[in-house]
Design a binder for this molecule. Structure first.
Ligand code: ATP
Ligand code: MG
Length: 326
């Protein structure tokens, strides 16, 4: 549905987007992730034909963003970082205005306005001035205007920025509900949001693509090594930590053994190893040493750890995520 090839945007002093390529399949919901200034908004503006690329290009639903911008715009709904809402217009009036701009008219226009008001839960403020709406409602009206012409593709630039936790949940649910009917790219600073909402992740840093994969695969391949958590108990109640550590360290392929937690007689160690490491060796070593092996499981890496590893930057915080509110 979306194909991006070597997309590049250079400004006088810096390259905001640097030869990025990725594809998004129909009906997918993709998280676009990156620290501040990574180039997310710039990429989205190019995809929505608001900004011409310096080099490279993209197609949306088969249409070229440079050559056929009108066709692209017909098929895209865009929620910019700050939705362009006219404060002196009422919600319903504004949505009809946007609908007309997108080529709707007559009964169809009325039907679509009612539909998006219902879908985005703004029907109760239909006759209220936009300037008097709360941030959460404004964001929902922003989403409503993005879907008014039932576009194939939705490009949402930080749709939950500046919302309170309840509104964030409602907006996430709303976006999830829209997936399937629409192909969605959403940018965010909130990593759990991507884990909860998205199937695919695109991570960019300093204008460059650093990863594009499913959330699941990213977690699996993030380290060139395998990390497992093993819970061990001593038979007679006590366990010599140092002995466990040195025993496990001796297993071929193990590169690091770290004590994690202890609950009574149950002790959890994290074991990092080279790829291809056999968990059987680990289990055998524990049993042969006369300890009880309570549990052996792969340690899933959080998206936050992956993000840090890939971008070498500070993990985005909820605080950074609310910057849009100011
Ligand atoms: N009009 C412009 N002129 C010059 N540089 C720009 C312009 N717009 C953006 N940039 C630069 O391009 C880079 C990418 O900016 P962009 O807004 O795309 O980042 P972002 O990933 O959306 O960041 P944020 O998370 O803060 O929204 C930044 O270094 C920014 O300063
Ligand atoms: Mg941005």
């Amino acid at each position: 549905m979306i194909t991006v090839k070597e997309l590049t945007k250079r400004y006088a002093r810096n390259t905001a987007v640097d030869h990025i390529s990725f594809e998004v399949q129909k009906g997918q919901i993709v998280g676009f992730l990156g620290p501040n200034g990574a180039g997310k908004t710039t990429t989205m503006r190019m995809l929505t034909c608001f900004l011409p690329p310096t080099a490279g290009g993209a197609t949306v639903a088969g249409f070229d963003v440079l050559e056929q911008p009108l066709e692209v715009k017909k098929r895209i709904g865009y929620l910019p970082e700050s939705p362009p809402l006219y404060p002196e217009m009422e919600t319903g009036e504004y949505l009809s205005f946007v609908g007309k701009l997108k080529g709707l008219s007559g009964a169809e226009l009325g039907k679509q306005v009612d539909y998006v008001c219902e879908r985005c839960a703004v029907a109760d403020v239909k006759n209220k001035l936009l300037g008097k709406l709360s941030k959460g409602y404004r964001q929902r009206v922003g989403l409503a205007q993005a879907i008014i012409h039932n576009p194939d593709v939705l490009i949402l630039d930080e749709p939950t920025a500046g919302l309170d936790p309840k509104q964030i949940n409602e907006t996430r649910e709303l976006i999830k509900g829209l997936a399937g009917d629409h192909t969605i790219i959403l940018s965010t600073h909130i990593l759990p949001e991507v884990e909860q909402t998205c199937e695919q992740v695109i991570i960019i840093n300093k204008g460059k693509l650093v990863a594009t994969d499913s959330v699941h695969n990213l977690q699996n391949r993030a380290r060139g090594a395998e990390t497992v958590l093993v819970e061990i108990a001593g038979r007679n109640g006590s366990l010599e930590m140092v002995a466990v550590q040195s025993r496990l360290q001796q297993i071929a392929g193990v590169s690091r053994v770290q004590f994690k937690t202890s609950h009574g007689n149950r002790n959890v160690f994290e074991i990092e190893s080279q790829k291809g490491f056999v968990r059987g060796d680990l289990a055998r070593a524990v049993v042969e040493a006369g300890w009880d092996l309570n549990e052996l499981r792969p340690a899933a890496m959080s998206l936050e750890e992956i993000f840090l590893q890939l971008t070498g930057s500070e993990a985005p915080t909820e605080q950074a995520a609310t910057k849009g509110a100011q």
